[in-house]
Design a binder for this molecule. Sequence first.
Ligand SMILES: Cc1cc2nc3c(=O)[nH]c(=O)nc-3n(C[C@H](O)[C@H](O)[C@H](O)COP(=O)(O)OP(=O)(O)OC[C@H]3O[C@@H](n4cnc5c(N)ncnc54)[C@H](O)[C@@H]3O)c2cc1C
Length: 663
Amino acid sequence: MHRLCHSLLSFGWVLAGSEELCGSRWWRRAHDGLRLQEPWSAPCPWEAGGSVWGNVRVPAESVERSWGGDEDIIITIELERSGHRFYDLDPLAETTFAQLFATNGARCAAPRRAALGAAACSRFGAGADLSGVSDMIGNKFCEHPEAKDARALFCRYPPRFYAHAGICRQYAQFCPFEELKSETNPSHIDLAVVNVDAEMFYALEECGAFKSEFWIFKVFVHWCPHCQQLMPLLYRLALRLRQAKVAFLRFGAVNCATEHALCSEQGWLGHPLLVAKYLGPDQAVHGAIEHWIDVVKDAQLRQMLPRYALPGEFPVLKLLLEHLPTNLVPTVAWADLFEAPPGPSGACPNVTALHPEHPTSMEDFVGNGWHDVERNFTVRRRMTDALIMLRHIFQEWIAPVGDDGNVEAFSYRQLIDIEAWVALLIRNLPEAFAIQSFLRELHRALMIRVRAAQTKEGSSLCANEWKSLTSNLLASINDVGQKHFAFPSACASDTCRMWSLLHILASEGLRKERMGLESRPAQPHAMLSALRGFIDHFFKCHYCRRHFLRQYEEGSYGRQLAEESYEELVLYLWRFHTAVSTRVSALHSCVDSDRRWPPSSLCPSCWQPSDQSALWEVLSEAKAKTKEGQPTLRALEMSAMPNEAEILKFLESSFSEQMELQT
Ligand SMILES: Cc1cc2nc3c(=O)[nH]c(=O)nc-3n(C[C@H](O)[C@H](O)[C@H](O)COP(=O)(O)OP(=O)(O)OC[C@H]3O[C@@H](n4cnc5c(N)ncnc54)[C@H](O)[C@@H]3O)c2cc1C
């Protein structure tokens, strides 16, 4: 996060007439190499009395203080006098810290493959009967602590939702399909997609399975909505191919929630992914795979993912299948599965266009794509979701991603981003969460690592150390959850919970700022920067992450204003969220479902009719994604402009307990 410095200084570091970046740079003391960082808000160095001066931060914990504050102190230091420099700019400081951190991180135990015996090959190798093994591995996936409630339906193959009448009633895509209903061979049902854990994956690799079979692995976690959406589509395709006696193409599923070490080691970051494994002699198959990679992966994806890992989108599979030799995978077995357009009745992902109270569902002027139960979502229920999300973040999401080559240790950049994220939670979580003291304890431990990382000796943070650093916090989250948040969740997915958390953090920032409370919130720009860093490194939804970062860098939805004020920040996240919801609707051609929020049934004053030709900027991505020849999205047709002052009030009452409207 940098600001432009407009002061014109004649010194070497800040060139006359140029606009130099100031803020967050490192200065290195000439006589002992001590490094000090500028605060983000620092003015550029200035001249006074024949010297050059600059502001730097002194870490909070190295300052004796009587008033108990926990902020770094900003002091002014003399950088240069009469041509003699006491400090020099150190543009490589961060790189040096990162390198040293990575070097020290190498001592964290590397994951070891269990030695494979001959027995493993007869159990897992090509042609082995995998029925019992797949079932056992599937059960292991589902023993994961987060595989509860609705998520338990998505933790393994065959998917469990086919036995669940309720979910089928609500979402058509999760109902049993014809081929499944008529299938009588249990091995087809059980092994259409094989559950694969680390041991089995290595065995498949080392016992030669990939030489005679082409495996596609779906890499997933059971709480990710896109993984859930892909599950019935992939399963139907896989079962169809088995029924058509296709033995060459196999499907496996790796649940990274339990197979974290394998996923990290393979660089399978983000979910869902499709990973191709074929080491056999058939050049036509290799050609199809290479073509697949070429057409699907843009430069950014190539950088982010290992060569044979692709985004887990169902239509992406078609691009592979149509290039595989038809004698191996006949077109008739799969082609029609890619034809059916998603219909409006429950096939739109995440669209809750269900209005039991208003069956016509056309009553709302704006926002008919939200369920009537929205009106029962109290702030406490949303907080329950945010708390569940926090547990999930600390337990599952924050893990080394191997960005410096070691999946058992965090990188320096990750450490900095975790520290900023925890600092944000300390400042912006409402007191009702009652976990602040544990967050502070964690923050202190992190700051010790950060400071140590910025010394000559450096530091590191191993994955298993993180587990012990967070154990008290996780216990306290469970405790608080049971005591104070025994409310039904308002969300069906973790991305929904993530939104709840973000809106709550911003709304609490606004409340504190308004009330002028002594415990101040993070500065809006600091909240955004912490959020960006967190999403960049730890948000486990690939699409979401990619889209978020792109829009963030482009400054869409009013980011610049959001850096300056909490009112704007609260509205910024609301705009962002609306843009995502409507864009996803457009992508899936859910034309009848308007995902602008809040629906006017909940907040009539939030929207006012507008001229048909006026396009609300936030909907421009949805407009761009509307497929040619498709009917226009309802949100685009029913023109309305938001009344942001009213929306702000509504957001505050939805996400801040102390602003909640009493009804
Ligand atoms: C940062 C981020 C980026 C994402 N990017 C993508 C993406 O690129 N592609 C994709 O497919 N999915 C993306 N998602 C996921 C997507 O936004 C939804 O979370 C998911 O589709 C589940 O939708 P849902 O129906 O449960 O409701 P959600 O959209 O998750 O909403 C949860 C709840 O928040 C409230 N709400 C709804 N809209 C707003 C709003 N505008 N402001 C405040 N509150 C609101 C409602 O009460 C709603 O029930 C992203 C999620 C996050 C957190």
